[in-house]
Design a protein around this ligand. Sequence first.
Ligand code: XUL
Ligand code: CO
Length: 452
Amino acid sequence: MSNSLGTQNKLNLTLGDRTYFEGIGPIAFEGRESDNPFAFKYYDENKVVGGTSMRDHLRFATAYWHTFCGNGMDPFGAPTKEFPWLSANDPIQQAKDKMDAAFEFITKIGMPFYCFHDFDLIQEGATLTESAQRLEVISDYALQKQRDSGVKLLWGTANLFSNPRYMNGGATNPDFEVVAYAGAQVKHALDITMKLGGENYVFWGGREGYMSLLNTDMKRELDHMARFLHMAKDYARGQGFQGTFLIEPKPMEPTKHQYDFDAATVIGFLREYDLMEDFKLNLEVNHATLAQHSFQHELEVAVGANMLGSLDANRGDYQNGWDTDQFPVNVYELVESMIVILEGGGIQGGGVNFDAKTRRNSTDLADIFHAHIGGMDAFARGLLVAHNLLENSNYRQLRKDRYNSFDSVKGQEFENGSLDLQALHALAASNGEPQQRSGQQELFENIINQYL
Ligand code: XUL
Ligand code: CO
């Protein structure tokens, strides 16, 4: 075991012309006794938990945009991170270098999946045709990389929020010409996602919302969004795509109000516009907290409607009100989340995508490894604790017991709809004042601490 970069094993793979993460070898599981910062303490991909390997429970993915494109620029300052893979001026060469670096990282960290926006892969061209040509070239390159490494695409998406043409929205833009352009871009993004065997396709509506209601016809924009989603779904299904379409809720930022506000709002929208069959939710931790919910709450809402599709893993900052996209570290909260996920039957076809970025002042390439190792270990530990707790503690029974009065004859009649309001009245009149029953919140909270 070692804790210095220099003595790590070198990776014996040829990944393009150069090695970007020099001196960092494949990250192995060494257990919690290891002091090696370049090793997993909890994530052991082959360890079987409740009949399924950790790898298959968690289905980790790297987010292309933060990890290989996020240069540390913020509204107050210039980029801080000089990624060597971004140094070429030619956009095709730059995209290939970036992909070499990406696959080097993904294979060394041992993630089975990655995720991208179209123009994370390669810079957008000056015209739609040029963009399509560039996407064709880089997706050919990606296909080869995927075949060589076994890494798979968890989901693709189109960036309908960065280009100034989308300042008033993509699918919900009041200008039909922009909506058409967005449609063309989604068609290309779907084409490359399908070509690369993407298992899902995501819509995050960053600018699908409003800055002011005064200039907005909300109902018309929502109708347009639904029409747009139907068109995208019909096109992809027509091409044989069998994956799940995912909507990623977020309440605001960059718009004042985003239409996909939270899980409950999106489920209502999908139901209203007859999209429940093909769509599920991609839930993100920091988006939940921006909506004044806990992540667990969003998970419960999705699981309850059989709509949990995938996760974007990160965390916010309790003192800040924006999307800080930090790597997850809080194991207690992750245990709470994993309880909901396990009780809901696991992540349905999606995975755990680290939509998280290292801090602006984390400028070493090694920091990218520390961040992902930490996030993967935190999730792995959350999984282990939640599974153990569900199997061995009285947690399930305690929660079930809170509702045992509904197992009585009358309680069952209430649940199956054979009691009316007069019958409830008669029951209450004969029973009198109900006895107090404690919610025992502190007892429940202590069980997690016990199993940590
Ligand atoms: C933005 C966000 C996006 C989506 C994909 O907050 O989470 O990166 O995950 O467009
Ligand atoms: Co996200």
